[in-house]
Write a protein that binds this ligand. Structure first.
Ligand code: T4K
Length: 401
């Protein structure tokens, strides 16, 4: 690649580095041929939903892959969270991190359970077990950790607290499909773990989700709840909803499940490429993955220290967007600063200093099977030139605004 100068940048009226938008969440897609064969079989069978053969196969293969007893497939991760929460009969307050996708909090508030936001550990970006006990009140019924970016929570400490304080423990594992913790696959921790198979996730079924658990009774209850509470023809025994995964989604899920090794190879290659290209850049820290464990490397997460880099994260975002690199500020500004939570608890930020700081520093860059090492070289060259010319870049950005 020819060396770029700061005047080549789009904010200086140069041509954008990418002619088409480069997204953070471009889906990983497995074998088209196998997917199309499956869709044809499904159409021939005329069995489209309601626990069809693909959904049953998907559930069995996911459970086998994770080494967990039950997988209950659902229409998306949010409904899977809602059903797990209801099936566990959580009530009152549940302690969760604020630094997560808002669906984690909404799944509780939707059922009039109060999400109580707990700060995160700045190293792992996951709920800080040392802060959890401060948040427990007589109304607390559970704790939900989020394995953010696919990096596991401190499950040992959380389960010690949950056991001692007699609280339920579950995990939002939306990012962590294919990851392990101390050699055990994510999916086996707490009473239940919830995956998302949304298009942007490491393993997708267009839209989709699942709750996995080793608890037979809980699994049975969730199976009924996702199907309106029907326990056989004409016999409804719980309040339920429609949380079913379609056959079309399961066909995609099965096909992608067969390709996850390729997805990991591409993601790991991209991660290593970013690691090399960003080495030594002041104020830019790429989060690390524990290579001794299984990781899906699905997220390229930077922490931008504005003081050292010479530019704030949001200034970098503007530079990237001008280059058609759609970097994202996940999970800005933190759930506690979104409605309805910011109206309900206007001062909760005071207890969330690490969340507040990271929400203003974190930037996600594109990766996945559709992003090549050449793309990454270009992205990193832009980042380098911007940091090296931070003052000039700042001046131009101030004029643009
Ligand atoms: N818990 C956690 C921790 C989660 O992160 C999520 C979901 C959930 C629970 C809930 O699970 P689900 O109910 O979604 O199964 C996206 C996703 O919609 C969401 O699934 C995900 N987390 C969240 C982190 O990201 P947005 O608002 O950023 O989506 P959007 O439309 O901006 O798409 C992201 C990027 O991906 C865009 O730059 C465009 C690109 N993209 C997207 C789609 C759908 C594509 O290139 N192709 C596509 O098909 O929320």
């Amino acid at each position: 690649m020819n060396k770029i100068q700061e005047t080549d940048l789009a904010i200086f009226k140069g041509i954008p580095a990418f002619s088409e938008m480069l997204h953070v969440g471009k889906p990983n897609i497995g074998s088209r041929e196998r997917l199309i064969n499956r869709i044809n079989d499904m159409l021939d069978r005329r069995w489209l939903t309601n626990s069809g053969p693909y959904v049953i196969e998907f559930e069995r293969r996911v459970a086998d892959f994770l080494g967990v007893k039950h997988c209950v497939a659902m229409c998306n991760g949010t409904v899977a969270l809602e059903i797990a929460i209801r099936a566990l009969e959580l009530k009152g307050e549940v302690i969760i991190p604020s630094f997560t996708f808002v669906a984690t909090a909404h799944a509780f508030q939707w059922q009039e359970i109060t999400p109580v936001f707990c700060d995160i550990d700045p190293e792992t970006h996951t709920i800080d077990p040392n802060r959890v006990e401060d948040m427990i009140t007589p109304r607390t019924s559970g704790i939900m950790g989020v394995h953010l970016w696919g990096r596991p929570c401190n499950t040992e400490k959380l389960s010690e607290i949950a056991n001692r304080r007699n609280l339920h423990l579950l995990f939002d594992a939306a990012h962590a499909f294919g990851a392990s913790h101390n050699g055990t696959m994510i999916g086996n921790f707490g009473e239940a773990e919830v995956f998302s198979f949304h298009a942007t996730k490491f393993m997708n079924s267009y839209e989709g989700g699942a709750v996995v658990t080793n608890n037979d009774k809980l699994a049975e209850k969730m199976r009924l709840m996702k199907n309106f509470g029907f326990a056989g023809y004409d016999n409804v025994i719980y309040i339920g909803t429609n949380g079913k995964m379609t056959e079309m989604a399961a066909a995609m899920g099965l096909t992608n499940l067969e390709s996850i090794d390729e997805f990991i190879v591409a993601n790991r290659r991209n991660y290593q490429c970013y690691q090399e290209e960003l080495a030594g850049l002041p104020g830019i820290r790429l989060i690390s993955y524990n290579s001794a464990e299984k990781c899906n490397y699905q997220y390229i997460v930077l922490e931008v220290d504005g003081g050292k880099a010479g530019l704030h994260r949001d200034e970098l975002l503007k530079v990237f967007h001008a280059e058609n690199i759609l970097a994202r500020r996940y999970f800005y500004p933190g759930c506690h600063r979104m409605e309805p939570y910011r109206s309900y608890f206007p001062h909760s930020g005071l207890l969330l200093p690490e969340t507040e700081r990271l929400a203003s520093e974190v930037l996600l860059l594109p990766t996945g099977t559709s992003v090549s090492p050449d793309d990454i070289e270009k992205i990193c060259a832009i980042l380098r030139i911007v940091v090296e010319n931070a003052t000039a870049v700042r001046t131009v950005l101030a004029q643009i605004n």
